[in-house]
Design a protein around this ligand. Structure first.
Ligand SMILES: [Zn+2]
Length: 249
């Protein structure tokens, strides 16, 4: 017996109000842009919440504010390919350690404000993930999903007129333990166009390698589920996020 026999893995097809919580501009487009574009095509309202300003993402020294402004515009251009309808920016410095408690409260506030049925984020338990922002944002997003419905957590937000909100499912991208492969054959080209809009991150001289890797993985996941291209995600209900000894089963 597994917990998943009793409380099954949720279906992304039911996602109608989606909040994407990403460490940097580009993470959602790269990791699950095809899935998000497909869900947008089926009527889902998608909000991108970007935690950091992306100001560390350069191999050559440049002004942080200048790079942050470029990356914000790139994300908005990319989101047009995906069908993103709403953008929110927390603007934490990309060059500094993220303060977990403050970030978790900010993400609970964002969930109580946007009231999503589905949250997408980065899998913080990806083995050997060395980027602290990816680990911290994924952890805080998962905790925020667990706690947004509990009024004694961040009760000051209730005094601001917000009310508790229960998210129905969370989808982790960039995961090494997927339980869902989503057919993105129809939106694969748009995903690549979205990634290409992040010109500061994927200039012409590096894009061929990324395109090769992304296409090979997309085809591999697609072959496993009988379609041309797929993306692999770990989809869980909030019930699965605490004391779940079957999580890797
Ligand atoms: Zn990132």
């Amino acid at each position: 017996m597994s917990i998943f026999d009793i409380v099954p893995v949720p279906s992304l097809d039911k996602a109608k109000h989606i909040l994407c919580i990403q460490p940097h501009p580009d993470d959602m487009d790269i990791s699950c842009g095809g899935t998000l574009a497909a869900l947008a095509d089926h009527g889902a309202h998608i909000t991108y919440l970007t935690v950091t300003d992306g100001s560390a993402g350069t191999p050559v020294r440049m002004q942080e504010a200048e790079l942050a402004a470029i990356r914000r515009q790139e994300q908005i251009a990319a989101g047009a390919h995906i069908g993103v309808r709403d953008y929110r920016w927390l603007d934490y410095s990309d060059a500094q350690w993220l303060p977990e408690a403050a970030l978790q409260a900010d993400l609970i506030r964002a969930i109580r404000k946007t009231r999503p049925d589905t949250v997408f984020t980065i899998d913080p338990w990806l083995p050997y993930e060395s980027h602290p922002a990816h680990r911290t944002v994924g952890l805080c997003a998962a905790a925020a999903v667990l706690f947004a419905g509990m009024p004694n957590i961040s009760p000051d937000q209730l005094e601001d007129g917000l009310s508790p909100h229960n998210v129905q499912q969370i989808a982790f991208a960039f995961t090494a333990a997927p339980n869902t492969q989503f057919d993105v054959s129809a939106t694969w080209a748009r995903k690549l166009s979205a990634i290409r809009a992040h010109q500061s991150q994927f200039p012409d001289n590096v894009w061929p390698v990324y395109e090769h890797v992304l296409t090979a993985k997309g085809r591999e996941f697609g072959a496993q589920s009988g379609c041309a291209f797929a993306e692999a995600l770990k989809v869980l209900a909030p019930f699965h996020l605490h004391c779940n000894i079957d999580i890797l089963g």
